[in-house]
Design a protein around this ligand. Structure first.
Ligand code: HEM
Length: 595
């Protein structure tokens, strides 16, 4: 019996070795032949399958017992060791081939294929690409305040050199960079089905799991359809009370600090707390203001998490396949932070589930999602949401919903205090539209035309999400170039939103009036303004964000005089979102007469 087992075992190992070698050779031959004259570069499914297998094995290896080995004698064990050694060698060969393929051969083939079509861009550099330049760029930004004040100087230089569609390489990632509105429209709108979110972005923001930002295909369609009603005009109107209450409470907190005269506050941090409070109460129905402790936890936790992840890009380790699964100190610290944030989401869900069980359900975003889950449990409405999906969506809305809006408010506050004449004019407009009333109804928010233009101009000059990435999931064509499946695309809003050819000679100047006749009339191309992306995967929360920003700014303008503190250092930094590198110190003073 044991002898039979050994024979089978050895035969299996040999067959595996031969099969692996054949698959490897056939696959490489196919790759080399097919990519020679067409965009048929095929994704290396076998390598991804091996990667999945290795990852799963790593996860389960601890639970395996080796006691069954004891039943074999010395000779059999030696044979097994040889067989295992051969398997390990095959495994190692496969792993090395897979590493070389994904990190060197495939990037080079994609690069060569694109370059052959006449696409300009940086020269190919194995493994590192432009990482050394990126590191030098970050160091220079730290040393040189004038350089630090520039937004994406390297992208502006690259555009001047290579045009609005060009090749770039970060680590092992070959990317086609687009700053041309027509090409961007192809990716986001007309050929949206040929593209998905990149695995790179997914890994950077893994705390969001498979929520709406990162889900794909049928799951995304179902989630988007289910969540869209929570962002209708009537639902946002219903949320304005909560938004105003949060703004009032924050203003009262700031007023309490002003008893002894003007006070300098870091408004970047204050806005982050305030927007977290809004999304917590408006979308998730938490009854009370988010406590200082919780908002500090989220603010610091999220910032550190993103900083750690971005640091791994510059160190290059993020490009080592499988690295993120190893229990290194940096990975463990990232896992800990992600767990803390997700635990917070879980607490929120549990509290609301308990409320629902008591029959006190609410009709906000979380209420909608919980109802969908109940439907699933009843089996009455097809597929609903699993616990995991629910948590992923909560993390998505908590984080996507507060961080971006806080940055919009921060940059807008910077711009209006840098251009105080606009601060004064916006205040006059608020006073005029309020006309002595205590509150501005939702229906009249559109009357704040200058404030709306100021918000758009802020999103144009300092977009909170300045880069949108995609990967081609089928062979396709963009801007006349054939893109093989697997090609990554980076769409950069800033160079396009500040290009003279699209926005006129004053493209770099803060001039909100350019939006007086709406977004499309402000530039020469309808896609030249991209702060909320476009097409089916555009930002679902844009009206929520703009309504919230207006209400908060109204409160601030009618209560405080605002000045940029002399210590402010303008240094936009890119940590997935683009925000001030040294906070936003603003001097707040209570207006003699508040309106
Ligand atoms: C000024 C504020 C905001 C900006 C600049 C912004 C920007 C964006 C951008 C550029 C995208 C597209 C990302 C991509 O395609 O890769 C996006 C998607 C998304 N945003 Fe926002 N966002 C803001 C506020 C919000 C708010 C307040 C919420 C929720 C309460 C939200 C939830 C989402 C979600 C769920 C998606 C994914 C939509 C999908 O793929 O179907 N965002 N946002």
């Amino acid at each position: 019996m044991e002898g039979d087992f050994m024979l089978w075992f050895l035969a299996l190992v040999r067959a595996a070795i031969v099969a692996a070698a054949v698959v490897l050779l056939v696959f490489l031959a196919q790759e080399l032949l097919l990519t020679h004259d067409g965009p048929q570069l095929r994704a290396p499914a076998i390598f991804y399958a091996v990667q999945d297998w290795i990852e799963q094995t790593l996860h389960h290896v601890h639970s395996k017992s080796s006691s069954w080995v004891d039943q074999f004698d010395g000779a059999q064990r030696r044979q097994m060791v040889v067989a295992c050694g051969a398997s390990a060698l095959t495994g190692l060969t496969l792993a090395v081939s897979w590493f070389l393929y994904t990190s060197l051969i495939k990037p080079y083939m994609v690069y060569r294929f694109l370059k052959k079509q006449g696409l300009k861009g940086v020269a190919f550099r194995p493994f590192v690409g432009q990482l050394p330049e990126m590191r030098a760029y970050v160091q220079r930004k730290k040393r040189d305040p004038e350089y630090a004040a520039l937004v994406f100087p390297q992208a502006i230089e690259a555009e001047a050199k290579y045009g609005t569609v060009y090749l770039s390489q970060l680590g092992t990632n070959i990317r086609v960079v687009l700053t041309d509105p027509s090409a961007i429209k192809e990716v986001l709108v007309t050929k949206a089905r040929s593209f998905e979110k990149t695995p790179f972005a997914r890994r950077l923001l893994s705390v969001l799991g498979n929520g709406l930002v990162f889900s794909e295909g049928a799951t995304w369609e179902r989630q988007r359809k289910m969540i869209t009603p929570a962002f209708s005009h009537s639902k946002i109107k219903a949320m304005t009370d909560v938004m105003m209450r949060c703004a009032d409470e924050a203003a009262a907190r700031w007023c309490a600090k002003l008893e002894g005269g003007p006070v300098e506050l870091d408004m970047q941090r204050e806005f982050a707390k305030l927007t977290l409070d809004v999304v917590g109460r408006a979308a998730f129905g938490s009854g009370d203001a988010v406590s200082d402790k919780v908002s500090d936890e989220v603010y610091t936790g999220l910032n550190r998490l993103v900083e750690d992840k971005v640091a791994r890009i510059f160190s290059g380790v993020v490009f080592i396949p499988g690295y993120s699964l190893l229990p290194t100190p940096d990975n463990r610290s990232i896992w800990r932070r992600e767990r803390t944030l997700r635990d917070m989401g879980l607490r929120l869900i549990q509290a609301r589930r308990a409320e629902r069980d008591r029959g006190a359900g609410k009709e906000d975003l979380l209420g909608l999602m919980l109802a969908a889950q109940d439907d699933q449990a009843d089996g009455t409405a097809g597929k609903g949401m699993t616990d995991q999906q629910l948590l992923d969506e909560c993390m998505t809305f908590l984080l996507a919903g507060h961080e971006t809006t806080a940055i919009l408010l921060t940059w807008t506050m910077y711009l209006v205090t840098k251009h105080p004449e606009y601060c004064g004019r916006a205040r006059d407009e608020v006073i005029e539209v309020l006309a002595g009333r205590d509150e501005l109804p939702y229906e009249e928010l559109h009357k704040l035309r200058l404030l709306q233009c100021i918000l758009y101009e802020s999103l144009r000059l300092l977009p909170p999400v300045p880069i949108i990435s995609r990967v081609a999931v089928q062979d396709t064509e963009v801007a006349g170039y054939k893109l093989p499946r697997g090609t990554e695309i980076s769409m950069m809003a800033y160079p396009m939103q500040t290009r003279k050819a699209l926005w006129g000679e004053d493209a770099m100047t803060f001039r909100p009036e350019r939006f007086a006749n709406g977004i499309t009339a402000a530039s020469k191309h309808p896609m030249a303004f991209l702060p909320f992306s476009a097409g089916p995967r555009n930002c679902i929360g844009q009206n929520f964000a703009l309504t919230e920003a207006k209400l908060i700014l109204v409160k601030m303008l009618r209560t405080f005089s605002l000045r940029l503190a002399p210590g402010y250092r303008h240094a936009p930094v890119m940590y997935i979102t683009m925000k001030p590198g040294h906070g936003l110190p603003i001097i707040l003073e209570k207006l003699e007469k508040s309106f």
